[in-house]
Design a protein around this ligand. Structure first.
Ligand SMILES: C[S@@+](CC[C@H](N)C(=O)[O-])C[C@H]1O[C@@H](n2cnc3c(N)ncnc32)[C@H](O)[C@@H]1O
Length: 200
């Protein structure tokens, strides 16, 4: 069985106001970068309790939430009737299992640092998108390893923006841009967050 790294965190995940604010900033940056339509079906990779997707939901038709954590998915399930669009929740490890579906967009917040093989994941994202499908990934800039104080299955202490963009380019994405989306504030430090956007 796969370990649920978020089992102890899921129930009070949204009680951290700074975390909620951070994801809200990310959602606002994504909404500024793209015009969404009700005809769109998108995927949120590492959807967690749905902090990101609930902000995008009013503007799209359907969101497929992909997350490996049963406890985080249960928190999201409880929000289903309050979301502004249809919701599908898939409990799976997307780094191990391929998802044979196509989307008009893929969004993700604070999840890529949990993925070991970034180039392969970006390539798989490209394969999962329809032509001109949009990509919006937010995550930590390079940090010193102090961001996580508990083991939640971390493979990267943030990312170098240039290298991350190059991996997305190599995976087949065009119109790539990286901007600053937020700063995650913790009692022990401040951690800048980037947003990568691009289209297939
Ligand atoms: C830090 S949380 C971010 C949750 C949400 N996107 C947010 O910004 O609040 C990372 C989430 O990614 C999920 N996750 C990590 N690796 C994953 C994988 N390989 N496949 C699917 N979900 C994964 C975790 O279970 C967790 O819910």
């Amino acid at each position: 069985m796969t370990k649920d790294f978020f089992q102890q965190k899921a129930g009070n995940y949204e009680q951290d106001e700074k975390r909620v604010n951070n994801v809200e900033n990310i959602a606002n940056s994504i909404l500024k970068s793209y015009t969404f339509h009700k005809s769109m079906q998108i995927m949120d990779f590492g959807s967690g309790t749905g902090l990101l997707l609930e902000k995008i939901a009013p503007f799209v038709g359907k969101i497929t939430a992909v997350d490996i954590s049963d406890s985080m998915n249960k928190e999201l399930e409880a929000k289903r009737n309050r979301l502004g669009c249809r919701l599908e929740i898939l409990e799976m490890d997307l780094s191990k299992t391929k998802l044979d579906k196509k989307f008009d967009g893929i969004i993700s917040s604070m999840t890529m640092h949990h993925v070991e093989d970034i180039p392969t994941m970006l390539y798989n994202f490209n394969e999962m998108l329809n032509e001109n499908g949009i990509l919006a990934i937010a995550d930590l800039d390079e940090e010193d390893g102090s961001f996580h104080t508990e083991d939640t299955g971390v493979f990267h202490f943030g990312f170098d923006r240039k290298k991350f963009l190059t991996s997305a380019k190599d995976a087949g994405f065009k119109n790539l841009k990286i901007t600053s989306a937020s700063v995650a504030c913790k009692p022990h430090g401040k951690y800048p967050i980037f947003l990568l956007t691009g289209i297939k």
